[in-house]
Design a protein around this ligand. Structure first.
Ligand code: NDP
Ligand code: 8X3
Length: 251
C-alpha cells in the first residue's frame, strides 16, 4: 500500500519538485496558500497518484487544524510529513530590519512548522510510526551578515528537529533535518519582495542547486530501510563551501 506524504509549501520550489518526484510512489497531500497553483498541481499529479490539496496559511493555527480535520479519514494517517513551507523576508542589518519581516519569518518558518507538526504528530504516535523531514538551511548552522532573523528562524528549525528526534524516537518516529545552501527557486524573489535584479544576485556566477536536487535527497532520505535514519544533512552546490564562501565565475 502506498504511504501518505504531507508536503507543505508545494506551490513552488523545493516543495513542488518534491511532490512531482514522489508522485509515482506515494499518495500526496499538497499544501500552500496559492489555491490556484495547488489545484493545477493536483490535476497534473492526479494522473500518477491519489492527491489531495489543502490551501491554508501555516501561521494560522485554527486554519491548520481545520485543514487537517477536513481530510477524509484514510488520509489522516500521515506516514511522512515534509515541513518545507518557509521563506526569507528582507535582508537588512539588524538596525534596519522591518518588524513585519521578522514576524513573517518567525511566524511561518518556526511557529507554522510547529502548528503543522502538532496537528500530525499525535496520530503518528498513536500508530507508532512516521517520518518527519524538516527543511532547515545552512543559514541555521551559520549566521551571515544581514541574515540575522532568517538565520535565527532556521537555527530554531535545527533545534526543533533535534528536540523532535529526542522526544519521538521512542515512538518509532524518524526525524530528519535537511539544510540546503543556495537553491534557485522563488525564495530570492520573495526575500527581495519581487525585485528580479536583486533576486538574481545570490546565484550570479555559480550553478546553484535546483529544487529537484533537493527533492532527490528528500526522496533518498524517506526511501531508506526502516532501520536507517538520516538525522541531519547539509547539501551545497559544488561552488559553495559555507554560508558565506561561494566561488563565483567573474563576468
Ligand atoms: P519558494 O519560495 O519557491 O517556496 C516556498 C513555499 O513555501 C511556497 O510553496 C509557499 O507557498 C510556501 N509558503 C510560504 N509561506 C507560507 C505560509 N505562510 N503558509 C503556507 N505556505 C507558505 O522557496 P524554496 O522552495 O526555496 O523554499 C522552501 C524551503 O526551503 C523554505 O523553508 C526555505 O527556507 C528553505 N531553503 C531554501 C533555500 C534556497 O536557497 N532556496 C536554501 C535552504 C533552505 P505559498 O506562497 O503558495 O503559500
Ligand atoms: C536559504 C539559503 O544562504 O540564502 O536558506 O540563507 S541562504
Amino acid at each position: 500500500m502506498k504511504k501518505n506524504v504531507f508536503i507543505t509549501g508545494a506551490t513552488s520550489g523545493i516543495g513542488e519538485a518534491t511532490a512531482v518526484l514522489l508522485a509515482s510512489d506515494y499518495n500526496l497531500i499538497i499544501c500552500g496558500r496559492r489555491a490556484e497553483k495547488l489545484k493545477e498541481l493536483e490535476q497534473k499529479l492526479s494522473q500518477h497518484t491519489d492527491v489531495v490539496s489543502l490551501s491554508f496559511d501555516v501561521r494560522d493555527k485554527e486554519a491548520v487544524e481545520k485543514a487537517m480535520n477536513t481530510l477524509p479519514e484514510r488520509w489522516q494517517n500521515i506516514d511522512i510529513l515534509i515541513n518545507n513551507a518557509g521563506n526569507a523576508h528582507g535582508m537588512d542589518t539588524i538596525d534596519m530590519g522591518s518588524t513585519d519581516d521578522w514576524d513573517a519569518m518567525i511566524d511561518i518558518n518556526v511557529k507554522g512548522l510547529l502548528y503543522v507538526s502538532k496537528s500530525i504528530i499525535p496520530r503518528m504516535i498513536k500508530r507508532q510510526t512516521g517520518h518527519i523531514v524538516n527543511i532547515g538551511s545552512i543559514a541555521g548552522k551559520e549566521t551571515y551578515p544581514k541574515g540575522n532573523v532568517y538565520c535565527a528562524s532556521k537555527a530554531a528549525v535545527q533545534s526543533i528537529s533535534d528536540g523532535m528526534r529526542l522526544d519521538l524516537y521512542q515512538h518509532n518516529i524518524k526525524v530528519t533535518s535537511l539544510h540546503p545552501g543556495l537553491v534557485e527557486t522563488e525564495f530570492s524573489l520573495v526575500r527581495f519582495k519581487g525585485d528580479r535584479e536583486k533576486a538574481k544576485q545570490p546565484y550570479k556566477g555559480i550553478t546553484p542547486l535546483k529544487a529537484k536536487d533537493v527533492a532527490e535527497v528528500i526522496q533518498f532520505v524517506i526511501k531508506r530501510p526502516d532501520n536507517v535514519l538520516l538525522s541531519d544533512i547539509v547539501m551545497f552546490p559544488k561552488s559553495q563551501a559555507s554560508a558565506t564562501l561561494v566561488k563565483r565565475d567573474p563576468s
